[in-house]
Design a protein. Structure first.
Length: 77
């Protein structure tokens, strides 16, 4: 699914937005978090925290790059 459509799901408060993020960016987010934490369990938690941050922040935010936005959220969780 395209990022614009995923963001639209967030704006509609449709929980499928999180599932679509997971399908499209889950492996990437886990890899980013694993490089930081060194722990697969901590990486999974960072990934989940990034989805929660997206749910809380979109809307009102409308990320230009959903991939970059999620990666930043995973790094700082």
């Amino acid at each position: 699914m395209e990022d614009g459509r995923i963001i639209s799901l967030f704006f509609a408060r449709d929980e499928r937005a999180v599932g679509e993020c997971r399908k499209k960016y889950g492996a990437y987010l886990r890899a980013v978090a694993l490089n930081i934490t060194g722990s697969p369990l901590d990486a999974e938690e960072c990934e989940a925290d990034a989805y929660m941050a997206a749910w809380r922040s979109i809307p009102p935010e409308r990320p230009r790059s959903l991939r970059a936005w999620l990666a930043k959220a995973a790094r700082y969780r």
